[in-house]
Design a protein around this ligand. Structure first.
Ligand SMILES: C[S@@+](CC[C@H](N)C(=O)[O-])C[C@H]1O[C@@H](n2cnc3c(N)ncnc32)[C@H](O)[C@@H]1O
Length: 331
């Protein structure tokens, strides 16, 4: 190797990228970030609080320092600012259940070479199956991403001041958008369309937030369930467009245009990529998930959304960043 060659460290780190998923998912499983936040700052103390071996605790701490989520100073460990915001249980931004979920998903990546050859899933595609238990794991886990996006959308749409509005949330999942929006606007009403077991999860969350009296659910498949005509002021399609192909997205957008009152707004939230597919990093690589789990899905470009929405009858389309996702607002 000559001196002007790059060092292999970066490539080696990526080859072993699953170590990061492993250490993070395991630390989340044993609530290590929460115990660190509560003051346990040595391997011995963490081992006691988490009821794991001291050897395991020390190895996890070393791994967490390696991936940059924990800092060590004279033998005392503490969460980085990022770990403190995103990995401590009980905080609304906590992504720990997502880390635990991804640890379970790791094995599925071994099929990726065959999936890439075939151009889609080689076993049952998770996103195409009715009532797939996959969703019961996914929807609470992504709530920590959807909650902050819902809050940003409240501002972007001026929902708090919008008065008596009716909302349709297609594939609403945990119900977090309805919870946040109904809290922000006491005159609003919301309807969520999703599979029956998922609607049950949403009903619980919305009840906990004290807004259940203005929330209703429709159980069913959004491809075939009638959305109605000129019924809603706002329609929402959050983290659904990536599981669908272009034709299905255009068809749903056109049906949502009809379901909206004149002047109504469609809000899409998704991992949107730049038109030249040069970034952003998270949406670009998220497309792998859809190659593994859906027949037609992917991460779509801003130009795709614009084109599809115009075809579906919308006239004004704007984009608002809610990292790592983007809100697409169409009227
Ligand atoms: C990735 S989750 C997004 C949940 C929520 N919209 C959010 O952003 O937090 C996808 C949701 O769409 C629902 N879903 C997927 N395919 C569906 C279909 N064909 N009919 C009804 N709901 C569907 C799933 O049950 C799940 O709740």
């Amino acid at each position: 190797m000559t001196n002007d060659q790059p060092a292999p460290d970066g490539v080696l780190r990526l080859i072993n990228g699953y170590w990061a998923t492993g250490v993070l998912g395991t630390a989340a499983t044993h609530s290590l970030f929460t115990h660190l936040e509560d003051g346990a700052d040595t391997a011995a103390e963490l081992a006691v609080r988490a009821e794991i071996s001291e050897r395991g605790a020390q190895t996890l701490l070393d791994g967490l320092v390696s991936v940059g989520l924990v800092e060590v100073d004279e033998g005392r460990y503490r969460n980085t600012a990022e770990a403190s915001v995103y990995l401590v249980e009980g905080k609304p931004t906590c992504l720990s259940s997502f880390a635990r979920l991804k640890l379970k998903h790791m094995g599925s990546l071994a099929a990726l070479p065959d999936v890439a050859r075939a151009g889609g899933p080689v076993t049952d595609p998770a996103t195409e199956m009715a009532d797939n238990p996959h969703w019961e794991d996914v929807v609470p886990a992504i709530m920590a991403q959807s909650g902050p996006a819902a809050t940003i959308a409240t501002e972007v749409l001026g929902l708090a001041e919008a008065g008596e509005i009716s909302i349709l949330d297609v594939g609403g999942g945990s119900g977090i958008y309805s919870a946040v929006w109904l809290e922000a606007n006491p005159a609003a009403r919301s309807t969520q369309l999703d599979w029956e077991p998922i609607n049950a999860i949403a009903r619980r969350l919305v009840a906990e937030r004290g807004v259940a009296d203005r929330f209703t659910c429709i159980d069913g498949d959004f491809h075939t369930t009638d959305f109605g005509t000129a019924k809603y002021d706002i329609a929402l399609y959050s983290h659904i467009a990536h599981q669908e192909g272009p034709e299905d997205n255009i068809a749903v957008f056109a049906r949502l245009r009809d379901a909206l009152k004149p002047g109504g707004t469609l809000v899409i939230c998704d991992y949107v990529v730049d038109d030249d597919r040069s970034g952003p990093a998270f949406p670009l690589i998220f497309a792998l998930e859809m190659l593994l789990k859906s027949n037609q899905g992917g991460t779509w470009r801003r130009a795709d959304y614009h084109d599809w929405l115009v075809k579906a009858g919308f006239e004004d389309v704007s984009f608002h960043s809610t990292p790592p996702a983007t809100l697409v607002v169409a009227r």
